[in-house]
Design a protein around this ligand. Structure first.
Ligand code: PLP
Length: 382
């Protein structure tokens, strides 16, 4: 008996290259796209180790936990690192980036996370791209949490290195990832004696052995199941239309935000407790909120991880998670990944959060108002 996962024909080089072309189209890029055979941290680390070196200065924008990881890699490469950190409840502005570039004209590499699933904020890459371009630095963007959730225009925005994974808004596999590499990025990598070569982290190996050879022979056995899953999720996005998919994510985020505000009602401030009296959006300004995930702040006196555990006990399929690390007690994350960015899922998630808050004798909640707010956002004409 043949098994659907096991008895597959080998994935040809031509098929692999065709999937790369489809991913390039999704990103709006004519640049080289390489599909890396590992989770997105692989190309992210590969880009940094290829682009940074002793003597270079990097501007590392920190708007969440991934930016902190990038800073560690950059320092590990011997680069001088200028960290530009903003509070996780906001976004960085192009003006702040411009100021850092003016203060440190020696900056030759900029790393930025587009959207942060972990903290729920999103950064204005188009505007930042303009100031980075004007300065001349190489521009790396982690778009794992933004691809398919919001507009991402790699070439129009002047992004030299754009890394994506399929496991968030694309609704695809986590085991493969992709990176677009501009001509000037290849140049920089080639001139860097410390760039990984003959290594699993090496982007230059893919250029020499795969791209420069006309994409005719794969350097090693591809992650076949993940490649097929990646192709399937790109096909699904193409069929629905990329704009429709990003619009659905935007609506899920907006509906969650509106529903959470309506749910809290703000009716029962509890004296003696500092912090919000009701569930409220973690990202202050809606314009800074990422369409891929909505983060909420638990009411004062209510533990976010306990709230999430209770809601999940009622329905384990809900896309809910408490904040990571130090944020576990205060942050609730509602993920809107791919198939979860729907009216019904948002509705059910807020209902479960409301019921859990009621169980925990938190502030009074208004489930009806939350339900109306979600539906109002969802049914509003585009
Ligand atoms: C999810 C995500 C990644 C991938 O990391 P995982 O920990 O494997 O999920 C990378 N960058 C950003 C900004 C992400 O949101």
């Amino acid at each position: 008996m043949t098994h659907p996962f096991l008895d597959l024909a080998p994935l040809s080089a031509a098929h692999f290259a065709a999937i790369e072309r489809r991913v390039a189209r999704l990103l709006g890029t004519e640049q080289d796209v390489v599909i890396m055979q590992g989770e997105a941290l692989l190309p992210l680390e590969g880009c940094i180790r290829s682009g940074a070196k002793p003597g270079s200065t990097a501007l590392n924008v920190v708007t969440g936990p991934y930016g902190q990881t990038f800073g560690d890699w950059l320092r590990d490469c011997g680069a001088h690192v200028v960290d530009l950190a903003v509070p996780f409840h906001t976004a960085v502005t192009a003006r702040q980036v411009e100021q850092a570039l003016t203060e440190h004209p020696e900056i030759d590499f900029v790393s930025l996370v587009h959207a942060e699933a972990a903290t729920g904020n999103t950064n204005p890459v188009a505007e930042i791209g303009k100031v980075v371009r004007a300065h001349g630095a190489l521009f790396m963007v982690d778009a794992v949490a933004s691809v398919a959730a919001e507009p991402l225009l790699v070439d129009a925005w002047g992004v030299d290195l754009c890394v994506i994974g399929a496991q968030k808004a694309m609704g695809g596999p986590a085991g493969v990832s992709a990176v677009s590499v501009s001509e000037r990025a290849w140049q920089r990598f080639t001139e860097n004696p410390g760039a990984p070569r003959r290594s699993y982290l090496s982007l230059l190996d893919w250029k020499e052995r795969w791209i420069d050879g006309g994409r005719r022979a794969l350097p090693h056995a591809p992650a076949q199941l993940e490649m097929l899953a990646l192709e399937a999720c790109v096909e699904r996005i193409e069929a629905a239309g990329l704009d429709a998919v990003t619009a659905r994510h935007a609506r899920a985020a907006e509906a969650t935000r509106a529903g959470a505000l309506a749910l809290g009602g703000g009716r029962s401030g509890r004296p003696g407790l500092s912090g919000p009296s009701a569930l409220e959006p973690y990202v202050h300004d809606a314009a800074d909120a990422a369409p891929v995930a909505t983060t909420l702040r638990a009411p004062a006196g209510t533990d976010a991880s306990e709230l999430v555990a209770r809601a999940l006990a009622a329905d384990p399929t809900l896309p809910l998670v408490a904040g990571g690390g130090a944020l576990a007690h205060e942050m609730i994350r509602v993920n809107h990944y791919g198939p979860d960015a729907t009216h019904d899922v948002v509705h059910a998630t807020l209902a479960a959060l409301g019921a859990a808050l009621g169980d925990m004798s938190g502030p009074a909640v208004d489930l009806e108002a939350a339900s109306r707010a979600v539906t109002a956002v969802w049914t509003r004409p585009a």
